[in-house]
Design a protein around this ligand. Sequence first.
Ligand SMILES: [Zn+2]
Length: 234
Amino acid sequence: MGKKILFIIVILLAVIIFTFIYFFNSKPTDTTAILVKPEVIAQKKQLEKLTPDSLLIQIDKKHCLAPEYAPQDLVGVLSYGISANSSFRLRKIAMPELVEMVTAAQKEGIELKVISAYRSYADQQRIYSSWVAQLGAKEASRQSAPPGCSQHELGTAVDFNELNDSFANTPTGIWLSKNAWQFGWVISYPLNSENITGYVYEPWHYRYIGKVNAKELEESGLILSKFLDTKNNL
Ligand SMILES: [Zn+2]
């Protein structure tokens, strides 16, 4: 009998000690996990946060660039053998696939001309003011972006050939709308999307987001503005 009682006491003690050790050890671990987790998430978000140099940064009437922002890798468009004014510049990162697109179009008898490329904050300020002077503030804001809020300030947006709605129905306009995404270039302000983008139809205005992103956008069926909202968790 004595041995049995001793055995039960030993077992009970073992259970108590085991339970004590378990709770003593696990409690601080759990608390640490709860404390650490938000920090880890915050850090991850910080890493994921896009800078103005990111190809997928959202720029619209609500998301604008600081006046001091300027891309650091601007290059002359003309030096790549593309039809453009000698002062036109774009970000270097966009050039190889622009050249590829222009060359592919040429092979099909389509001539792509760059008629507007990078604009500085000051350029955009001047352009916007002249639109406001011509049309008044309300109408100007449908056609042009206030300084800081134009995709042209990213150095990855181009206006092709002519600023005219009828451009959409020219062989060049049709070629671009069908093929540009395959080279990483996508239309920013499509037909019937002013309620989302804030801008009238611009069949000539394309933005470079890279081939992988452009393919994902094409497959998603979203317009660029919505796609960028999704990518930026807006
Ligand atoms: Zn444009």
